[in-house]
Design a protein. Structure first.
Length: 174
């Protein structure tokens, strides 16, 4: 028998991307609620200051959503559904500073493409293509890592792990 520890499984890139799609749907609901509250509080005023305030509010709500779940249980509802957990080896819970840094670094999925779109003055259809290419490029960073972790996780020393399937209790016969 070997004394080696069982290795911690990393979820496949495909499973993580599917989880991200589910996460997007859940986050949209949270953000719609935030927009509703924002519009009620601002009495639906229009103009650049309100638009920027709304964008900043959505950024903060998104940050609060992820940072809360990552530091509390290590996974969001979508991550729990797909049995994926965020961990930092050596820590029982993810430190808030690490969670905040991960949130900011995870913007690497979008920011480079958004910067290109802004610099080149691309329209919506072109923006969608640019963002798609940027996201695909960021996803490919997992294939450059021996543990298949995304770049932001490698930089922070965090990792996504697969959780085992829950054991179902045997049904009692009547």
């Amino acid at each position: 028998m070997s004394n080696s520890k069982p290795s911690i499984a990393t979820p496949t890139v495909q499973r993580r991307l599917i989880c991200m799609i589910y996460e997007t749907l859940l986050l949209l609901a949270v953000e719609l609620a935030a927009v509703s509250v924002f519009l009620l509080l601002t009495q639906n005023h229009q103009g650049a200051p309100y638009e920027h305030a709304l964008q900043f509010t959505l950024f903060l709500v998104t940050a609060a959503y992820f940072i809360h779940f990552w530091t509390d249980s290590g996974h969001t509802l979508a991550m729990k559904t797909w049995r994926i957990k965020l961990v930092k080896p050596g820590y029982a819970r993810l430190p808030i500073k690490v969670a905040a840094a991960r949130f900011l670094l995870a913007w690497g999925w979008f920011l480079p493409a958004l910067a290109v779109c802004y610099a080149l003055g691309l329209h919506k259809g072109q923006m969608a293509i640019a963002i798609g290419i940027g996201m695909a490029a960021w996803a490919c960073t997992a294939f450059l890592d021996k543990d298949r972790q995304f770049l932001h996780d490698r930089l922070l020393g965090t990792r996504l792990i697969s959780l085992p399937k829950a054991v179902k209790a045997a049904k009692k016969s009547a």
